[in-house]
Ligand binder design. Sequence first.
Ligand SMILES: *Cc1c(COP(=O)(O)O)cnc(C)c1O
Length: 415
Amino acid sequence: MIATTQPARKEKQTDMELSGEFLANIANQYGTPLYVYHAEKIKEQFKRLTSAFEGADATFFYACKALTNINVLRYIRSIGCNIDCSSSNEVLLALHAGFSPRQILYTSNNISFAELEEVASKGVNINIDSISNLGKFGKKFGATYPVGVRLRPNILAGGNLKISTGHDASKFGIPLESINEIHDVVKETGVVIRGLHIHTGSDIKDVDVFVKGVEILFNLTEQFPQLEFLDLGGGFKVSYKDGDHETDIAELGRRLTESQKAFQQKSGRRLSLWFEPGKFLVSEAGYFISSVNVIKETSSVTFVGLNTGLNHLIRPMFYDAWHTIVNISNPGGATRRYTITGNICETDTFATNREINEIREGDYLVFRNAGAYCFEMSSNYNSRYKPAEVLIEGGNHRMIRRADKFDDLLRNQVL
Ligand SMILES: *Cc1c(COP(=O)(O)O)cnc(C)c1O
């Protein structure tokens, strides 16, 4: 583990954590701010999923919007995981990374029909999330291109409202109360519904949410005679800090395997369970290393100013995400309370009143859980450069994206 004040969060993962010393060496070599990803940690998470569902018919599609570096996508393909895409460009990236169309799932929201046509031309698996697009799709493809439909199950789940997607005020999916309109489209166009999909949110700790979700889908199966799969989406919670609980994946596997078997016995139908984990696969594999530019003592607060900001890691400001922050340059230092802020001309607070080993200017501070929705949401705000990304694989490290240069800021501007 990195710091003495924050003992191993979960014993079973201790050996998978990169040490502070190792990360400091990487930072010395590549400079900061820097994103570092640990490939074997991704593999470990994937194995935890597959072994939890060993007795089930289950397929996993990595929700790649969490982190799309092409090297990460290739790695994920190499360990036998499929991929879920939320835009046509992510589909192109997945193909570029070597995934075959059958390994690719496209689950999108509020997209144009033109984009659906583009994705269909690649032959990938498609979930459709509006009656409007389902109708257009059916009219064009009839029975020739079976699809899944994303339903809105009217379940409230997830870490907070900004990351909840399955409740009755959510824009995502076809509301259950509109299910007859799906049948109307099927009748009119002959479109074949091969899957039912729900994704109720992110940071869902409670296994019951998934069990309830699949029960809702089981109850709908009689209406859809040509089903091949039930897709429960992603949203498994990971641990962000000491004492934090993640989704109990082993329990989830046990319960859903049971549900699947019971359903098969009762109905005589065998439906695959599909999952779209994003955060669960890559969150803990990521480390974001920053350097301390300025320490500002005020009468009430000690501000630490980093050489990064919400342009590189927006999650705390965007939806109150917690990132554990570790001073890898002073692991033995006495702890003090700090407010950790960025260098952007905008309030960009990463952490308030946080206990961390004594911080000095020049120290490296590492943000944990920096694999999912971190680099991926970064921007060039304040005309600052996006950071480099490094992949640790088999004990070796290599740069998988260089940091921006000045030319990158002008690249698409008409000069
Ligand atoms: C974002 C998303 C996921 C992944 O969610 P995580 O919380 O990262 O597991 C899965 N499916 C769909 C449709 C999504 O939009």
